[in-house]
Design a protein around this ligand. Structure first.
Ligand SMILES: Nc1ncnc2c1ncn2[C@@H]1O[C@H](COP(=O)(O)OP(=O)(O)OP(=O)(O)O)[C@@H](O)[C@H]1O
Ligand SMILES: [Mg+2]
Length: 470
């Protein structure tokens, strides 16, 4: 409860309640003033009408006429008797239903409205009531008093006061309860987020923020937080996997390297043997460095670190120069390297990374194809895309494993005898993603066809036209 009072949400609710109560109270006060005096005003009007009637009689028939009128009015039975009193200049009663001139306030007012207590019998019981009356001075200092008791007005005013008092009380109570409920509801949702965060901080990363299914802002917040946590968890799992793989893959060559050096040391000292061992060690170290470089390239491409180095490049150009490098390899292996490159194929990209990706694909095609041909094709497939295809006549990749081969360090069982780390395709995919492109593996029947689709750079034709116009 005290925790609740200290929260920001409760402070907001309290502020809201105060504003709410203030406006309701203003409204109630307004209602009070416009209704409480209603009956009194009406009484004044009735008295005014009586006086007008009596003064008419007085004007027409003089004092005697007035006395007669008063007498006739006091004798007829009425529900709410009006009080009449006609008095001589020394305030002795002449006519009317009051026994004596009342102790008015203000005292013995000469003219205007007065108030005084009056003893009346109502419904069989005698009681004292407040009364109000109007005093009129007539010729010769005679006085006419016409009034009414204020019992009804009093009752009405008290009822209005009571009603408004309870209305105010109810408003405050409802506001308070509503505020507390609202705050508690909000707090419960925030609390859930806090609890989840706390248990994640403590190490339970599988914890998720509960979603109520109402689709409100809190649900959206919870869903977003959960999506974020899922993504972080996925990334963490990926990192762990990569770290495991790296550790595993680098341990073997490092142990081999160490073992070779150890064995050489144990043998009889021999300069030739040493030179041989050192050369082998250097080769092994180069291989390790190669692996590291490949991993770094992949990380770099995935992080988009070189994105600002991107420029408009010709994919046909890059493909041709990489193919030139692999021409001797094909020749040596007795493979036919067929080029089917149609220019122009402009893309926005990183020349170095694109060369490396194409080199990796050509390397695979040559490496895993025992005999036959390797085809490299580049062409624009529609207005917005450039497609690069590398197809071979080798053993291909089984459909089920066509996603797995893109994972770091993954190699097919029958490829283990050929040198490689299983990093080549990972880099190709990272480069494709970096360029906003897509890569897929298809059957070449027989063999493998790798299809790399990249977004084409906007035509330069417009620029050329502008130049020639200028
Ligand atoms: N053209 C291909 N034909 C048959 N299998 C292939 C072909 N290209 C790739 N593979 C299979 O996919 C695996 C992963 O290829 P990737 O290029 O990633 O690694 P690698 O060639 O084994 O090693 P690295 O490229 O790092 O030297 C290969 O080990 C191989 O089993
Ligand atoms: Mg490879």
């Amino acid at each position: 409860m005290f925790r609740l009072l200290r929260t920001n949400a409760f402070r907001l609710a309290a502020l809201y309640m105060v504003l709410f109560a203030a406006s309701v109270l203003t409204l109630l006060v307004f209602i009070y003033f416009s209704t409480a005096n209603f009956v009194e005003r009406q009484t004044e009007e009735t008295i005014g009408a009586e006086i007008t009637g009596l003064l008419e009689q007085y004007g027409e028939h003089g004092l005697l006429g007035l006395i007669e009128a008063i007498n006739s009015r006091t004798t007829t039975e009425r529900n709410e008797p009006t009080l009449y009193l006609l008095a001589d200049p020394r305030l002795r009663p002449i006519a009317g239903n009051l026994a004596s001139w009342p102790h008015t306030e203000p005292m013995n007012a000469r003219h205007g409205w007065v108030r005084f207590p009056v003893e009346l019998t109502r419904g069989g019981t005698k009681a004292t009531y407040d009364a109000m009356a109007s005093v009129t001075i007539l010729n010769g200092d005679y006085r006419l008093l016409v009034g009414r008791d204020l019992r009804d007005a009093e009752v009405f005013r008290r009822r209005v006061e009571q009603t408004l008092f309870f209305a105010a009380l109810l408003t405050l109570a409802l506001g308070l309860v509503g505020g507390l409920l609202m705050t508690r509801n909000v707090l419960r949702r925030v609390e859930a987020v806090n609890r989840t965060s706390a248990s994640i901080i403590e190490g339970d990363f599988s914890e998720r923020v509960p979603v109520t299914g109402s689709g409100d802002e809190f649900d959206q917040l919870a869903a977003n937080l959960n999506a974020m946590l899922d993504q972080i968890e996925r990334l963490m799992a990926g990192m762990r996997q990569v770290t495991d793989n790296i550790a595993h893959d680098l341990r073997t060559p490092l142990s081999r390297l160490r073992a070779r050096l150890e064995v050489t040391l144990l043998e009889r000292p021999d300069a030739n043997r040493y030179a041989e061992a050192l050369a082998e060690t250097i080769a092994e170290a180069d291989h390790l460095l190669g692996t590291f470089n490949a991993l770094l390239s992949i990380a770099e491409a995935e992080a988009g670190a070189r994105r600002e180095a991107m420029a408009e490049v010709d994919l046909d150009d890059i493909a041709r120069s990489v193919a030139d490098l692999y021409e001797p390899v094909a020749e040596e292996k007795g493979l036919k390297l067929i080029l089917d490159i149609s220019a122009p194929a402009p893309v926005r990209g990183d020349r170095h990374l694109l060369s490396q990706a194409i080199a990796n694909l050509l390397d695979n095609a040559m490496k895993y194809t025992p005999a036959g041909e390797v085809r490299l094709a580049v062409r624009r497939i529609d207005g917005a895309h450039i497609q690069l295809e590398i197809a071979d006549t080798g053993p291909g990749v089984p459909t089920a494993l066509r996603e797995r081969v893109f994972d770091r360090f993954f190699r097919l069982e029958n490829s283990r005898s050929t040198p490689g780390n299983g990093l080549g395709l990972s880099l190709v995919r990272a480069v494709a993603k970096l360029h906003g492109g897509d890569i897929r593996l298809e059957d070449n029947g027989p063999g493998l066809k790798v299809v790399l689709v990249l977004p084409a750079a906007p035509e330069r034709a417009a620029v050329t036209l502008n130049r020639s116009a200028a």
